[in-house]
Ligand binder design. Structure first.
Ligand code: PGA
Length: 242
């Protein structure tokens, strides 16, 4: 694992955006695995800025996102499709048909999981997967205590995730209880993983994930077995082990 220690959140975003844009410059038709949440917001802002300056071109790039809430429509402002359109896709020249997320409104859950796995397979896997990390160690919505799953599946969100994500909703009862998530297997098959983390609140889980045992109790710990992980974290997030 390579560790890039940055001064603060903005520095972390710039460095992570540099790694992502280098990937797109070197392989314009690459497949980017993308993430939602608070942490990547500054990364997307930076990529948009560089796109507008003409430094990076997404016209051939394909994206597959990690996860989506079950039951939320794409135009629901809490859905991850909405987040991605709003924070990234509509500001750059990625083709809408090249952007993929699970469909929160799919009728058959098993069929939707199979469809999403087929999308990843048809594009020959993920070149670079951007990941955040939950305070409970989840990556995507692979929650603690569930077996390491291979393909996409529908997951019951952990209470800690529902409570952490309630800050985006008007109240906790509105947070969906289920989500589709790419499995740990698909994340592990990404050719390169870029995990970003910021703030003291992530320090303990980063330490547990990268220096503790590899266990489904700490889903991100499986990344210890991946041979090309770049951890971009700010000083506070890395304070307990670097
Ligand atoms: P955050 O979420 O970036 O909002 O902290 C990370 C995650 O849950 O994966």
């Amino acid at each position: 694992m390579r560790i890039v220690k940055t001064k603060d959140y903005n520095d972390m975003c710039r460095k992570a955006a540099n790694v992502l844009s280098a990937q797109v410059i070197l392989k314009p038709d690459c497949v980017l695995g993308l993430a939602t949440g608070s942490t990547p917001l500054g990364v997307y802002r930076q990529l948009v800025e560089w796109y507008k300056k003409g430094d990076v071109d997404f016209s051939e790039t394909v994206s597959v996102n990690l996860d989506e809430y079950v039951g939320l429509a794409p135009d629901n402002s809490q859905s991850y499709r909405y987040y991605m359109n709003d924070n990234f896709f509509r500001h750059v020249n990625i083709k809408p048909e090249n952007t993929h997320l699970p469909n929160g409104l799919a009728v058959g859950k098993a069929e939707e999981c199979a469809r999403y796995d087929a999308v990843i397979r048809e594009h020959k896997g993920i070149d670079m997967q951007l990941l955040g990390i939950g305070h409970n160690g989840h990556i995507g919505f692979n929650e603690p205590g569930t077996a390491f799953e291979n393909g996409t599946y529908c997951v019951a969100l952990a209470e800690s995730t529902i409570s952490a994500n309630s800050r985006f909703f008007s109240n906790e009862a509105d947070v969906p209880r289920f989500a589709y998530t790419m499995g740990t297997g698909a994340i592990m098959q990404a050719r390169r993983v870029v995990l970003i983390a910021s703030g003291a609140g992530k320090a303990q889980i980063l330490k547990d994930s990268f220096t503790g045992p590899v266990t489904p109790q700490v889903p991100a710990s499986i990344l210890q077995l991946h041979n090309d992980v770049i951890l971009v974290g700010d000083e506070e997030a890395l304070s307990l082990f670097v």
